[in-house]
Design a protein around this ligand. Structure first.
Ligand code: NAD
Ligand code: LMR
Length: 340
């Protein structure tokens, strides 16, 4: 079976379905922003995922080279590169999962909300195209500020008449990845065994790791839990400062994005008990969107799980985060309704 890198509008991009020799169904994954700092390593990781049969790499520029490069890897999926807005529709057609790391990253001194003015418009345009070309795809939103870009996407889909809350996800997996790593380091427990739910949103104090529910249990003091919480909340800033003007987390984000997309694909394929934290439409709190554990299934969100028992420190953190998260959500909703 040949691996192709198709980079022009005239190229065929017919999906091949129904290979008897393959135990898993064909699945198309599209990465929007595929030539970027996250997009490239994320595309690489999706190329390594045996659940993917077709990988569409879209960006406003530079995708031909990325697609040609990745297409030489001898794994299952066929790779297609799409460059420029005229090719966006073809990139999206037939996609089961669309991952969006398109947009500008932070520089030192910036908040994620400082990215709103540029990224809101980018996300809006991409979501309009998704509504048109693959309205049933699961959308994995990575572009910041996630607390606003997910509500923007929801509003754009509502306007197009395609909104399905089960299919829209803000990717908060990097917060979970960080919480696991930091907890394992401090608690001296095997990192591969660690589980920590992270709830709320994806910016500063809206990121609320629930270390009281972490497993395996580690003997950590209140001061250590406070420090771990703060480090998880500031994890993105730690990377932004270390990169000193050259962007934000890309490699760890690509890993986290690949973990979350893999969970979506497993859910679509009918695997049982696939649970990841994600920022989704929610009734877990009074806020319309909230990150918590989510069970994934054949239609996307199967069940939004509750918060479980919280420590007093976590209860306090939950109340503190609500006003900021609410205002970021409202900002996204307002933007989508003003400009469309
Ligand atoms: P980057 O600048 O390296 O790459 C972004 C890519 O998006 C570029 O290749 C650019 O050409 C492309 N792009 C811009 N406009 C586009 C459009 N209209 N359509 C398609 N592609 C477009 O940035 P990065 O480091 O990859 O970060 C991307 C985004 O991800 C940022 O907003 C960043 O804040 C966010 N991020 C989120 C998380 C998270 O946990 N959710 C983690 C890290 C970064
Ligand atoms: C992260 O958490 O690393 C991302 O949201 C990028 C950033 O701006 O911190």
């Amino acid at each position: 079976r040949s691996i192709k890198s198709l980079t022009t509008s005239s190229s065929s991009h017919i999906l091949r379905r129904g290979y008897a020799s393959e135990a898993v169904p064909d699945r198309k994954v599209a990465v929007l922003g595929a030539a970027g700092g996250i997009g490239q390593p994320l595309a690489l990781l999706m190329k390594l995922n045996p659940l993917v049969s077709s990988l569409a790499l879209y960006d406003i520029a530079n995708t031909p080279g990325v697609a040609a490069d990745i297409s030489h890897i001898n794994t299952r999926s066929e790779v297609y590169g799409y460059s420029g807005e005229a090719e966006l529709g073809k990139a999206l057609e037939g996609a089961d999962v669309v991952i969006i790391p398109a947009g500008v990253p932070r520089k030192p001194g910036m908040t994620r909300d400082d990215l709103f003015n540029i990224n809101a418009g980018i996300v809006k345009g991409l979501c309009e195209a998704i509504a048109k070309h693959c309205p049933h795809a699961l959308v994995n939103m990575i572009s910041n500020p996630v607390n606003s870009t997910v509500p923007i996407a929801a509003e754009i889909f509502k306007k197009a008449g395609t909104y399905d809350p089960k299919r829209l996800f803000g990717v908060t997996t990097l917060d979970v990845v960080r919480a696991k790593t930091f907890y394992a380091g401090k608690g001296k427990v095997p990192v591969a065994e660690v589980n920590v739910p992270v709830v709320g949103g994806h910016a500063g104090i809206t990121i609320l790791p629930l270390f009281s529910q972490a497993t395996p249990k580690a003997n950590l003091s209140d001061a250590e839990i406070t420090a771990l919480t703060k480090r998880t909340q500031d994890g993105g800033t730690e990377v932004v400062e270390a990169k000193a003007g050259k962007g934000s987390a890309t490699l760890s984000m690509a890993y986290a994005g690949a973990v979350f997309a893999d969970a979506c694909l497993k859910g679509l394929n009918g695997a049982s008990d696939v649970v990841e934290c994600s920022f989704v439409q929610s009734t877990v709190t009074e806020l319309p969107f909230f990150a918590s554990k989510v069970r994934l299934g054949k239609n996307g969100v199967e069940e939004v799980l509750g918060l479980g028992p919280l420590s007093d420190y976590e209860k306090e953190g939950l109340e503190k985060l609500k006003p900021e998260l609410q205002s970021s959500i409202e900002k996204g909703i307002k933007f989508a309704n003003q400009v469309v």
